[in-house]
Ligand binder design. Structure first.
Ligand code: NI
Length: 138
């Protein structure tokens, strides 16, 4: 049997603001638009976590879904109902865009999945907007 990819969805909510202190107010508004407004805004995110591997012959599972659920929820608790700029330490040197958030989540989640291979994160910021991230390439 070849490798199989299994995915599970998780929901969380967070707020953010796109803004660079080294740019003028006008430049921030030109590049980031409404996302640069002073008090930020929120999103209901959906995260799809995909894990790949050969199913264990004894269990038929690529990963025990109970373990996957607890690992990912243990990471998301640090993001859920937080202001990403103000309440988390990961966006002091980068914008809390969906792209950067996916990369941060990848590093956190990959660290918690002992023995399983994280193969893709798909992070929805809205129903019609999502990013795919497959980890660092080099
Ligand atoms: Ni936004």
């Amino acid at each position: 049997m070849g490798p199989v990819t299994i995915s599970r969805r998780f929901d969380f909510s967070a707020s953010h603001r796109y803004y660079r202190d080294d740019w003028s107010e006008e430049e921030n508004r030109r590049v980031f638009g409404l996302c640069a407004l002073p008090n930020g805004h929120g999103h209901n995110y959906t995260l799809e976590v995909a894990v790949s591997g050969e199913p264990d012959p004894a269990t038929g599972m690529v990963i025990n879904l109970v373990d996957l659920k607890s690992a990912v929820e243990g990471v998301l608790v640090d993001f859920d109902h937080k202001h990403l700029n103000l309440d988390t330490p990961w966006f002091t040197d980068r914008q809390p865009t969906t792209e950067n958030l996916a990369a941060v989540l990848w590093d956190r989640i990959a660290d918690t999945l002992a023995g399983a291979t994280l193969s893709r994160l798909r992070l929805y910021e809205a129903d019609d907007l999502y990013v795919d991230y497959f980890g660092a390439t080099a």
